[in-house]
Every structure is written in C-alpha cells, then in structure tokens.
Design a protein around this ligand. Structure first.
Ligand code: ATP
Length: 442
C-alpha cells in the first residue's frame, strides 16, 4: 500500500470512538532483508535484545535502541539512550516525528513507517475522568473506556506505567467503579519488605508458624474480603512466592504459613508495576504463567510527556484542591507554559508537587521544578497552606528524602547496607532514590 500523503494521527469520531490508522514499522537490514511490526498506541521498541518488539542483530544497535509510538501529534520516534544514536537524515534525534515515507537510520538498518490496512476503531470514553484520575487526551480516554468496561467484572487487571503516572489512583478508581466498592481497598507494595515478610503479609500465618508469630493473622488476600487488593510493584514479587500467588488466584484459596489447610477468599486483585513485566518474563525474573494470570486485562498508562495536553487540566485539578480553592489565573505569569514544556520524568506526582511548591512559593519560578532538598525555612509553617492530604504527602516526602540521604551517607552510599539498616528492601531504596533524584553520594 502506498504511503499516505497526510500525517497519520489519531482522530476521534463524533460518536465517541477513536479511529486508529493501521500502520507498521518496517526495518530494512544491510543485506536487504526486512522486518515489520504493527504500530499502536503503546510504544514499539526496536533494539538488539530478543525482548524488543523488533530485534535487529547488528552490533551497532543498542539492546533497547529506540521506540515508535502513534500519538495525536503523529508517529513519534524516540531514542532510548542508544550508544550510536537514532538518525533522521544526518540529525541525531532524541525525539522526533517520523512522517510516512521518511527514513530513519539505526546502525546499518533503515526504518520507515507505512500504512498496512484500513483504520481500526477503538472505544473512547466520553468522560475526562475515571475516579480521581483526570485526563482529556485521546490515549487517556481510550484507557478510561477500557477501565470502565473492566472495572465492573471480577477480572484481574494489570496496570503498567512509569512511576507517578497514577497507577494506584487507577486501582482505587477500579475499586470504586466495581460492585466491590463497599468492601475494603487494601494496598501492598511487593518490593517494600524482605521476601519472608512478604509471604507472611500476603498469605497470613498460624500461631507459632515462626518465631514471633504469637497469634494467628490473616494475610492481605483474606483481609481484602469482598473488596480489592492492590499489589503494587508486582514485578518485585520474589520468584519463589510467585507460584504460591498463582495457585491462590486460580483456586481462590490461601494456605496460611504453618497451616496445612486451605481457606477460600474473595478479593479481586489489581496489580501494577513500573517495570517492563514482559521483559522480566523474558529475563526469567517473573513467571510467565503468573504474568498471563494477572494480565487478563492489561492497561498501560502513558507517561505525562506523551500527553502534555493534559497538563492544564491536571494543574487546574491540583489548584482546585487547595484551601481555599485556586484556579489557573492564580499561577505566577508564565508558569503554565513552563509546566507544559518540562519533561516530567516523575510524571503526574512531580507535576502535583511542583504545583504545590508554586502555590507556597510563587517567586520560585523554574526552580519550583528542580528536584532539590527543602531549603531552610521551607518547614512546617507553609505546609499548613495546603490541604491535609497534600501537606501530609509533602511532609512525608521531605522526611523520606532527608532520611534516605542520611542513611546512604551513613553507609558510604552502599544501598544494600542502607536498606538493611532501614529494614526495607533494596528495590524500595532504589525506587525512592529515583523518585527523589538522589544519588549514592548525595
Ligand atoms: N491522572 C491523574 N489525575 C489526578 N491525579 C493524578 C493523576 N495521575 C497521578 N495523580 C496523582 O499523582 C500522584 C502519584 O500517583 P500514583 O501514586 O497513583 O502513581 P503510581 O503510578 O502508582 O506511582 P508509583 O509507581 O511510584 O507507585 C498521586 O498524588 C496521584 O493522586
């Protein structure tokens, strides 16, 4: 099929559906052989690693070299920090539009996008929110439509997306939109505890099951009876516990630690991770059978930089939550533009914190975005200007940042030792370091 003369983008039809052009990425290798893969709303990763969507056996191609994704702005090509770069013409790009017919170069291979059939139609939510999750861009409304349908069922849902994109908020939204809304909503971070504690926490134990088990205790699967259990960072679940969780999900029964009998439970599981779980399966770090069991419905939350048009709506929401409620006109001049143009590696969480800082310190300007420890004088007094929930979250963040920095310093930057001293897993420390922009030497 010939390349379309127009730029292929996503278009919403008046009846609330999204028309998605059917496109494929075609890579032509040095010897003339070509490989093709379909493009969708989720990124297509190209690289030399076998877990990529398109694998190129070329020494000049990095393991995860670049990715292509269909957006409202057209097909976007993004370099993933490759060693030898992704080029359009002679220009090494970080992120650029790849119009049909234009050629990009990766190692010795060329990459083009072409139409591969009639457009398909995806359901699109008519709402710009799902629970407390707000978003008006097309990928978010496609996501909301899937969530609306899946929430009312009993199916397990796997939520994928970078840190701070709102995965936990989505899980809360699923619970609130489900027939289980009057039951409990419980959260468990699979990477926060040491492996033996994870098992006791999830499955429970009988009295005397281990030293310190003075009384029997129900695990979270039982505690979430009639409600929803949100398993955050499921990718960190220790490998040896994975068959046990799979068995529990399939049989709807748990066996407490130290017990020989199984007991039924009635909790719906929503799991999330910021990791590429399929990649973890390929590496052997996550069991394939559990992955498929969890991903009965799989949704991907796009990073904020891929839906910048949502920024004003999100900012509006965070301002409206202030006491007294504020609006966009209360922001310092130029602030919205500055917020729109930032890259947001910490996604919506970083945006929310930046808005809170701008409200507290309107003179900060661009500095409001910088990740830095709180300055002298940015203590408890101004936090009272925020609503309780946000003030509490900011206080916790300030505390965690200072606490982790201090522990890392005490242990000469050794994450394993610092994690031991804090009584948490190494993965959690790495995650928090990433969240707060901390380095071992900070
Ligand atoms: N679309 C959204 N609308 C409104 N608030 C949002 C949205 N997305 C995220 N937030 C807010 O951003 C913050 C981070 O969201 P959340 O904790 O759900 O992210 P996450 O993806 O689970 O992060 P992590 O992977 O680090 O656990 C929360 O305060 C949440 O309320």
């Amino acid at each position: 099929m010939p390349d379309s003369p127009h730029r292929p983008t996503l278009t919403a039809s008046p009846d609330g559906a999204l028309e998605v052009p059917t496109l494929e990425a075609v890579v032509t290798l040095e010897g003339g052989r070509s490989l093709a893969a379909p493009l969708s709303l989720t990124p297509l990763v190209i690289g030399s690693s076998p877990e990529c969507d398109l694998t190129l056996a070329d020494a000049r191609v990095s393991r995860r070299h670049c990715e292509l994704v269909l957006t409202e702005r057209g097909v976007m090509l993004k370099d993933l920090g490759s060693k030898n770069g992704t080029l359009i013409g002679d220009v090494r790009i970080v992120e650029a539009q790849l119009a049909p017919g234009k050629t990009a170069t990766i190692g010795a291979a060329s990459l083009v996008v072409r139409e591969a059939g009639a457009p398909s139609i995806l359901p699109l939510s008519t709402s710009t929110r799902f629970g407390d999750v707000v978003g008006s861009t097309l990928p978010m409304r496609v996501l909301f439509a899937r969530l609306e349908r899946a929430a009312v069922t009993q199916e397990t849902i796997l939520v994928l997306g970078e840190s701070g994109t709102g995965k936990e908020l989505i899980a809360r939204g699923i619970h609130a939109a489900s027939p289980r809304r009057d039951g409990p909503f419980m959260v468990f971070d699979c990477g926060a505890l040491s492996p033996n504690l994870v098992e006791a926490e999830l499955f429970g134990y009988v009295r005397g099951a281990f030293t310190g088990a003075h009384a029997a205790r129900a695990g979270l699967l039982e505690q979430a009876e009639g409600g929803t259990l949100f398993l955050d960072e499921i990718g960190e679940l220790p490998l040896d516990l994975q068959p046990k969780l799979l068995r529990a999900l399939e049989s709807r029964q748990v066996r407490r630690l130290g017990s020989s009998t199984y007991k039924g439970f009635d909790a719906r599981v929503v799991a999330a991770t910021h990791r590429d779980l399929a990649g973890r399966v390929a590496e052997g770090a996550f069991r394939e059978d559990l992955y498929y069991r969890l991903a009965v419905v799989q949704v991907v939350v796009p990073p904020l930089r891929e839906r910048r048009e949502d920024i004003p709506l999100l900012v509006q929401r965070f301002l409206a939550l202030q006491t007294p409620p504020l609006s966009l006109k209360d922001l310092p001049p130029g602030a919205l533009e500055m917020l729109r143009s930032h890259h947001w590696p910490g996604n919506v969480r970083e945006l929310r914190n930046t808005v809170a800082r701008l409200v507290l310190f309107p003179d900060l300007g661009e500095q409001a975005i910088l990740k830095r420890p709180a300055r002298e004088g940015e203590g408890p007094r101004p936090l009272t200007a925020l609503p309780l929930r946000e003030a509490r979250e900011m206080a916790v963040e300030q505390f965690e940042r200072a606490y982790i920095s201090e522990k890392l310093r005490e242990h000469g930057g050794n994450v394993a030792q610092a994690a031991d001293a804090m009584g948490v897993s190494r993965q959690l420390v790495y995650r928090l370091m990433e969240r707060y922009g901390l380095q071992r030497g900070n």
